[in-house]
Structures are given as C-alpha cells and as structure tokens.
Design a protein around this ligand. Structure first.
Ligand SMILES: [Fe+2]
Ligand SMILES: [Fe+2]
Length: 303
C-alpha cells in the first residue's frame, strides 16, 4: 500500500489510541500495532443475530426502491443464508450499536450496503460460499467513522476543508481498526475500508490508487447507490431511483467504475430481472438530481 500520513488519531470505541496523528501508516506499522498492542476481544457472535439487525434489515427491504431490488423471496433467503454464517468480533457489534443509537442513517447504510454487496456479488461472481470473508466488508466499510466526530458526520451545512479532510480519515481509520480487530492487516474487509472511495481511474481517495479488485468495486457501487437513494444530512431530498442509476452509469462512462457492475445494479432494479450482461444501460440523462445538494461543496474555514 501507499504510505499515508495520518491527519488525526485512530482510536477504538472505548477510547484506546491505536495510532496518533502524524504517523505514516504502512503495512509494517499496522503489523507492529497488531503484535504489540493488547489483543482485542476475539469473542465473536453471529452478525445477523445481534439485537434487531435482522428485523431492521427485513424492514428496509420492504421500503422503496429496495422492495423492487429484494422482491424475490428466494434471493432474500440466499442472502440471509450467507449472512447466517458470518460471525464478527464483539467490538464490531458494539460499533453497530453505537451508530444505531447516535447516527441511524449510518447504521441503515451499513446494513443495506451489506445486502447489496451480497446480491451483486452473487450475480457477478457466482453464487457460492467462498465469499464469507469478503462480504464482511458490507457492514464494516465505514467502520472508521467512529473516529469522526458526530457533529461532522451529521453536519447539514457545507463542510470546511479541514472537516472534509477529517471525514476522509474514516478510510484509513477503518483499515487500521479492522486490521486490529481481526488481527490481520491483509484481510479483505480492512482493504475494502481503506479503498472504497478509490476509483478505477485513480480519481478517488485516500491514495488515488487505481482500483483493480472486482469485489472492492462491488463495495464501491453498493456504497454509492445506497448513499444516493438515502436521506443524507447534506441535502434535503434523496436522489430518485432513476437519477441515482443515471449517476452510476455516468461514473461508468467516465471510467470510475466498471460497466458490468453498473449493468448489474441497473439489472436488479428492473422488474424483469435481465442477466446483467444482457442489461442495456441507457446513456440518456433524463433524471434531475435533488436541489440543494451540498455534497462536495467546501466552504472557507470559520475565523
Ligand atoms: Fe465511506
Ligand atoms: Fe459508505
């Protein structure tokens, strides 16, 4: 990985500092952190059975546009089957509780990116159980947000440049936290936390690397789609489904994501469910993005 200098500290939910601002994060630093820090609780529990996660997810499936995407009960059963087998260490479940209580949008986002990732991965990579480690990236890709103050996560006004940089810190914080909690710096979910804002053309952050891993690309598209169609603090209205899918096809046209994955998300939104390879994605842009969208707008620092 490209070494990256931290702008902010990285700490666990119970306030233990893992790395301090100014540290240059490399594989060696993370390996050293894993071997020298007190081990986290390795007690693990099934993710889906934790508190009301399963009930909440089923409720979200019943709301538009997910009621179309998850209309097929057999597909839901397949997804839940795979999820039943995923155990996660207790500290990660506590982070789910933290977001459910303090930032419900982020909690909902964790669950829906999880379900979308499995749905798309089953279509694009084959329906198998070899994805157990990879799919954990769904609910954990934004885990590093525990290091970001809630007033930044929930800010409804435009972010300042330093707030924006702080927000971007969630990628590298997630990589370090997941490496630590799972005691493995090479585990897929840690890499996905670090790279889910990178793009195929190198235009993303934190490192501007060119994405090459198909599963991470599927995390990226699941993440972008759910963010577009959901309420967010920085805009009054969500994207309607058509405009959200047009935004994703625009990303594919610009080379930021692969066409096949754009086709796959369009295909699961069609009632007739074509195979993604036969799904024709229109290049017409007829939708209207919501007004007052503050995403990406940076204002001067307050003095
Ligand atoms: Fe993110
Ligand atoms: Fe996300």
């Amino acid at each position: 990985m490209t070494a990256l200098k931290l702008n902010h500290n990285i700490f666990t939910l119970d306030g233990r500092q893992l790395l301090s601002a100014g540290t240059v994060v490399s594989n060696e630093i993370v390996e050293e952190l894993i071997s020298t820090h007190e081990s986290p609780s390795t007690k693990s529990s099934p993710f889906l059975k934790h508190r009301s996660i399963k009930d909440n997810m089923l409720l979200f499936f019943s709301q538009p546009p997910y009621n179309t995407i998850f209309a097929d009960e057999k597909k839901i059963a397949n997804i839940l089957d795979l999820m039943e087998q995923v155990n996660v260490p207790y500290p990660i479940l506590e982070i789910m509780d933290y977001f459910k209580l303090n930032d419900f949008y982020t909690y909902r986002h964790f669950l829906m990116v999880y379900a979308l990732l499995i749905l798309l991965a089953q279509d694009l990579m084959g329906n198998n159980n070899d994805m157990l480690k990879e799919v954990l990236a769904g609910p954990t890709h934004d885990l590093g947000k525990i290091c970001i103050p809630l007033n930044i996560l929930k800010k409804t006004d435009p972010l300042t440049r330093s707030e924006r940089l702080f927000l971007e810190h969630h990628t590298i914080a997630g990589y370090v936290l997941l490496s630590y909690y799972l005691q493995d710096s090479k585990i897929f979910s840690a890499k996905a936390a670090r790279d889910h804002h990178e793009r195929n053309d190198g235009s993303g952050y934190p490192c501007g690397t060119h994405l090459k891993d198909r599963m991470i690309e599927i995390v990226v598209v699941s993440d972008v789609y759910d963010a577009l169609i959901s309420p967010r603090p920085y805009r009054r209205l969500s994207y309607d489904n058509r405009t959200a899918l047009e935004e994703i096809s625009l990303m594919a046209e610009k080379g930021k994501i692969s066409w096949e994955i754009a086709q796959a998300i369009v295909a699961v939104n069609r009632k007739d469910r074509p195979h993604y390879s036969e799904c024709i994605v229109s290049l017409d842009k007829r939708g209207t993005p919501p007004p007052d969208n503050l995403y990406g707008i940076i204002v001067d620092e307050e003095t």
